[in-house]
Design a protein around this ligand. Structure first.
Ligand code: ATP
Ligand code: MG
Length: 559
């Protein structure tokens, strides 16, 4: 699949590219990259960055690389590398043969570091991490020079080579850029470029015991790949002078860093660290738990790539941070599925109905359209018989005034079938539990009874008891309690919404759904959109609710 072009609305990044085209900067090329760190699964925030980077490139006839920013071996794993590729592809984007790893550049990054030392622009420092922090100063006070700042070039070259050779313990020395300890920008106060760390890297194994810092590896990797527009999130704005310092000092290709506001969503955590915590504490079934805001979670839940791309397009690209309503994401899913999803009847909490005046053993095949919004999707036959299931909460013994569903002596319309009347309620004598309803039907009201001119207020969905298939249905709500999603640091178990998962093991669906395949999506009338979960077995389907039908976003927009 190829990313759709012509979809990105004008934004400030496109304006920059248009200006660059006028001046011929970057030789009129557009080359971006999506640079995930493989330390977790991607989330919906990354989707924004993916759509932006690949979208901007496609829009401008350019290219976008996939680059793993794998400079921190203690947290990175091959599992994450694989999941990231799967997720980017699933979203509909293609990096061609341009999949790179920052670790591929370790030899070159090392050579460039030697070059900085030879230029007198970097030095080996023996301060501990704690001492470096103490020397750094504050926003209002300048920092203090390291006592190791004026080592000779020869000594620095010797020490740095010995750092690489493994002569010094972890954390005992660093390589630092020699910039300016009194810079008003703390990032420019002799930032660390390399640290000593004995950790096995998922690609380079134990070849290296020194690893470059992100702020050094990133601009150099961008330069090596001749990235023209290096798009990143706002928190890197203060790092841009260091980004520029690295490529300017080395005299290598000069990409242009551009910052945009990261996506924040209500009721969703979007830090990989916090998401990993949920997985490790087994608060969720895994990274792809359908409640997770990860791309794999949203995919398993049944969200479509089209809906996610539409969402990313609608939220736009801005320079200032804001929080987007989770409901907008759900709205995009509904908009997409409304036209595509076949309608189906499913009774989630069944209550038996016996139609007393319907001949025992008789079965009728009633025509039902598959999607009233999309006639091309045709129609199917629904079996109707003497015993049916309706939803438990579609019946009330003593209904309040505005209850238009079934009650003793009242009539309702069964979708695509007949008008029925509740004649009798059968209860368990001991417990008082309602066991079944005895009803009558009006044979003159076939296909919903519109032609009969009869007026009834409620229309219910139903399935034929004889033909229905038992399935498990899983309903989801926000994973975290309200107000727990933003800002908080740790995710204790108590913050997980106890109602985030409801499992209904006795649901009944119309027989056509026995043929459902993974990846197809349905609208269960009155309940929302559903798809098969990967936990399904051939004779035991499990359906996820993707999203309910209640569109609170559309309501807010109309109000
Ligand atoms: P996290 O905080 O989730 O770990 P990160 O920024 O550390 O996120 P990276 O793997 O470094 O994760 O991110 C890869 C790219 O995705 C970066 O360019 C980053 O700016 C972008 N990105 C990450 N989170 C968001 C977000 N919420 N909105 C937009 N872009 C994001
Ligand atoms: Mg990061």
């Amino acid at each position: 699949m190829v990313a759709p072009t012509g979809t990105l609305p004008a934004n400030f990044i496109q304006n920059i590219i248009n200006e660059d085209a006028k001046t011929g900067k970057h030789g009129n090329r557009v080359h971006t990259r999506f640079p995930p760190e493989p330390n977790g699964y991607l989330h919906i925030g990354h989707a924004k960055s993916i759509c932006l980077n690949f979208g901007i490139a496609a829009e401008n006839g350019g290219l976008c690389n996939l680059r793993f920013d794998d400079t921190n071996p203690s947290k990175e794993e091959v599992e994450y590398v694989d999941s990231i590729q799967e997720d980017v592809r699933w979203l509909g984007f293609d990096w061609g043969d341009r999949m790179y790893y920052a670790s591929d550049y370790f030899p070159q990054l090392f050579e460039y570091a030697l070059q900085l030392i030879r230029m007198g622009k970097a030095y080996v420092c023996d301060l501990t991490a704690q001492q470096i922090r103490e020397h750094r100063g504050t926003l209002t006070e300048p920092g203090k020079n390291s006592p190791f700042r004026d080592r000779s070039i020869e000594e620095n070259l010797d020490l740095f080579n010995r750092m690489r050779a493994g002569e010094f313990p972890d954390g005992s020395k660093t390589l630092r850029a020699k910039i300016d300890m009194s810079s008003p920008n703390i990032n420019m106060r002799d930032p660390v470029l390399y640290r000593i760390l004995r950790a096995t890297h998922h690609r380079t194994g134990d070849t290296w015991c020194i690893y470059p810092m992100y702020d050094y590896a990133h601009p150099v990797s961008d330069a090596i790949e001749k990235i023209t527009h290096s798009i990143c999130t706002l928190e890197f704005e203060d790092h841009r002078p260091l980004y520029d310092w690295c490529v300017e000092t080395l005299g290598i290709y000069r990409p242009q860093q551009i910052e945009f506001a990261r996506l924040n969503l209500t009721r969703a955590v979007m830090s990989k660290r916090k998401l990993r915590e949920l997985v490790e504490q087994k608060q969720v079934s895994g990274w792809d738990d359908p409640r997770m805001p990860t791309i794999s979670g949203l995919r398993r839940r049944g969200f479509t790539p089209e809906a996610i791309r539409d969402f990313c397009e609608r939220i736009g690209v801005a320079k200032s941070n804001s929080t987007v309503d989770y409901e907008l994401l759900e709205h995009c899913v509904r908009e997409d599925l409304n036209m595509r999803a076949a309608r189906a009847m499913a009774v989630l909490r069944p209550l038996k109905v016996v139609i007393e005046n319907y001949p025992a053993g008789q079965v009728e095949e009633l025509a039902a359209e598959n999607n009233p919004e999309n006639p091309e999707m045709g129609s199917r036959k629904l079996p109707f018989s003497r015993e049916l299931y309706i939803e438990q909460d579609d019946f009330m013994e003593n209904p309040p005034g505005k209850f238009f569903r079934l009650a003793p002596g009242r009539e309702v319309r069964l979708k695509h079938a007949y008008i029925i009347k509740c004649e009798q309620v059968v209860k368990d004598e001991q417990t008082g539990e309602i066991l079944e309803l005895r009803c009558s039907y009006d044979p003159e009201t076939k296909s919903g009874g519109a032609a009969s001119g009869r007026k009834v207020k409620g229309t219910l969905h139903w399935v034929s008891a004889l033909h229905a298939k038992p399935v498990e249905v899983r309903l989801y709500d926000h994973l975290l309690m309200e107000d727990e999603a933003d800002g908080t640091d740790e995710i204790a178990g108590s913050r997980v919404n106890p109602e985030s998962l409801t499992v209904l093991k006795q649901a009944m669906v119309e027989p056509a759904l026995a043929e459902a395949v993974m990846g197809s999506r349905f609208q269960f009338l009155r309940h929302g959109y559903f798809c098969l979960d990967k936990d399904s077995k051939p004779d035991a389907p499990v359906f996820n609710r993707i999203v309910s039908l209640r569109d609170s976003w559309a309501k807010v927009q109309k109000a």
